[in-house]
Design a protein around this ligand. Sequence first.
Ligand code: PYC
Length: 315
Amino acid sequence: MQDGRCEIRVIDSHTAGEPTRVIVAGGPKLGNSSIAARLQCFQSQYDHFRSASVNEPRGSDAAVGALLCEPTDPSCITGVIFFNNVGYLGMCGHGTIGVAATLAHLGRIGPGTHFFETPVGSVRVELHETGEVTFENVASYRFLKDIQVTTGGARVKGDVAWGGNWFFQTRNTPCAVEARNLEVLSEYAWAVRQALAANGITGENGKEIDHIEISADPGDLPAHSRNFVLCPGRSYDRSPCGTGTSAKLACLYADGLLREGDTYRQAGILGTIFEGRVKIRENQIFPQITGRAYITSEARLILDQRDPFKWGIYL
Ligand code: PYC
């Protein structure tokens, strides 16, 4: 804090429409423990930094933040902790692509292979000469198949799967999966999330299922399916969701509907597309997702101690 104010330096990008705000300087100092332990420290001691950087009035409900930190694994170029308007993420696919684009923008990486250390494991990131990015996610898997809940009298059936975050994957939908129906889709997905919680349906080890993915046929889009993904803070993913696509690929592979090396094109609610494949190692499914991010701004967030909302609108 200097002259009653402090500054956080950020670089903003969007990946297939979904924003990422990377904190490159001025973030909290979280020590040298594992990235998962540093996430706990961020959450318990510095949560106001999360709110200040992604919540209004500086951010938006859709913004995902990424705090860069020193990796513990020397083969990684950076550690990264992802967060959003209500809390923290294990991994973030669109965010990983955004971090790669940001590091390239800063001249810290060039085309080639790099590793990022996240709270749920290391991910391999390939920056292509074209500017596209492919990341190989942490091992992904289906945990529960054909789970059924009822909401508003309607039965909803789907799978619970891990793709770096916990997802409920369903093909049930109250309307066409198109941007004109965002409000109806959001209400429905929120009700599904609440019904899962009310029925005690969780991910492994009781972990909350905080992402709901509704998949449908892609219509005229050059894709295999189109999705709508509701994120933990009730905002929808503008991109096809990298961790959601990973969880979906794991389910498709488990059902014999996708083979190693096949390309699966996942469209999101805005019509933007991620390309996915799976790699199998030691009987585990490693999704590989390709997309592209664009840098939209470089900024210094100013936290003025006289400002009643210096830590964001923090409800
Ligand atoms: O791309 O994995 C993703 C993601 C998670 C939440 C928002 N985007």
